[in-house]
Write a protein that binds this ligand. Structure first.
Ligand SMILES: NC(=O)c1ccc[n+]([C@@H]2O[C@H](COP(=O)([O-])OP(=O)(O)OC[C@H]3O[C@@H](n4cnc5c(N)ncnc54)[C@H](OP(=O)(O)O)[C@@H]3O)[C@@H](O)[C@H]2O)c1
Length: 239
C-alpha cells in the first residue's frame, strides 16, 4: 500500500504544500519578482516561493510555455533587455531573484549582461534592495571550492564563456548599492527536494561530479528573500 505523502502535494504547483510550515517557521511573506521564471531552475523557484506563501511575479518571454497557475502568481511578459518593462515589473517588489541563463549554449550571452544591468538600474530607481542572483560555483574567488574534475576540466574547457559572463554579472552586482546575495551552485539536476544540502562560503566539492537538485537550490534561493545572513556574500550550495 502506498504511504500517504507529507507534506501533501499542492495541486496548483504540483509540489509539497509548505505554507503552513512557513507560518510555523515565522517566515515573512514578501512580494518577489523572478527573472528566468520559465527556466528549469526558475520554475522550481516560482513553485517554492508560492509554497512558502510569497506573492510571486514571474518575468517570462513566452507565457504560452509557462504552465504554473496560482492565485498569488502574476506574469510579466518581456525580455530582460527591455529596460522600461523591467523597471515597471520591479516597482513595488520587496525582492528580486534571477535564475536567468542561456539554455544549453556554451557561448557568451551579452544580452544577459545587459539584462542584469537593467535589473540593477531598475531596482536602484524603484528603491528595491534585495537581489538574489544565481551564479555558478567556480566563478570569481570560488575556484578553490571546486573538485578536481570541475576545476581542471569542466569549467576551463567547457564552461569558460559561461563562467566569464557570470563573473561580469557578479562584478556589476557587487559594485551596486543593493542588498545582494550571490548564490553559487555546482551542476544542477532535476532530482527531488530533499532539504539536505550544505551551504556557505567555505563548503567544497567533495565528490567527483558534485551537484544539487534544482528543487533544493530553489529552497535555498527563496530563503534568501528575507534572511540577512548572506547579504553581500557569495554562498555555495552543494547537495
Ligand atoms: N545547468 C547547470 O547545471 C547550472 C549549474 C550552475 C549554475 N547554473 C546557472 O543557473 C542559471 C539557470 O540555469 P537553468 O539551467 O535553470 O537555465 P535555463 O533552463 O536555460 O533557464 C534560463 C531562463 O532565462 C530566461 N532568459 C534567457 N534570456 C532571457 C532574456 N533575454 N530575457 C528574459 N528571460 C531570458 C529563459 O527564458 P526562456 O524560457 O524564454 O528561454 C529561461 O527562463 C544559469 O545562469 C546557469 O549558468 C546552471
Amino acid at each position: 500500500m502506498e504511504r500517504p505523502r507529507w507534506p501533501p502535494l499542492n495541486p496548483a504547483t504540483n509540489t509539497a504544500h509548505l505554507v503552513q510550515q512557513a507560518s510555523r517557521d515565522g517566515v515573512e511573506s514578501v512580494n518577489v519578482l523572478i527573472f528566468g521564471a520559465s527556466g528549469a531552475t526558475g520554475r522550481e523557484v516560482v513553485k517554492r516561493a508560492l509554497d512558502r506563501g510569497h506573492s510571486v511575479g514571474a518575468f517570462v518571454r513566452h507565457p504560452d510555455k509557462f504552465e504554473i497557475k496560482h492565485a498569488d502568481l502574476a506574469l510579466t511578459v518581456g525580455d530582460v533587455t527591455e529596460y522600461a518593462l523591467v523597471e515597471r515589473a520591479v516597482r513595488g517588489q520587496d525582492a528580486i531573484a534571477s535564475a536567468l541563463g542561456s539554455g544549453n549554449s556554451l557561448s557568451s550571452d551579452p544580452a544577459l549582461i545587459d539584462g542584469v544591468q537593467n535589473i540593477i538600474r531598475a531596482m536602484d530607481h524603484a528603491g528595491v534592495r534585495r537581489f538574489v542572483y544565481m551564479s555558478m560555483l567556480g566563478v570569481g574567488d570560488s575556484g578553490g571550492q571546486l573538485g578536481f574534475v570541475d576545476k581542471y576540466i569542466v569549467l576551463p574547457l567547457l564552461l569558460r564563456n559561461v563562467v566569464s559572463d557570470h563573473a561580469r554579472k557578479e562584478a556589476l552586482i557587487k559594485r551596486s548599492t543593493l542588498d545582494w546575495v550571490i548564490v553559487r551552485p555546482p551542476r544542477l539536476t532535476n532530482g527531488p527536494y530533499t532539504g539536505r544540502y550544505q551551504s556557505g562560503e567555505d563548503v567544497r566539492e567533495r565528490t567527483l561530479l558534485a551537484s544539487i537538485s534544482r528543487a533544493d537550490m530553489a529552497d535555498f534561493l527563496v530563503k534568501q528573500f528575507a534572511d540577512d545572513r548572506y547579504v553581500h556574500k557569495t554562498p555555495a550550495v552543494l547537495g
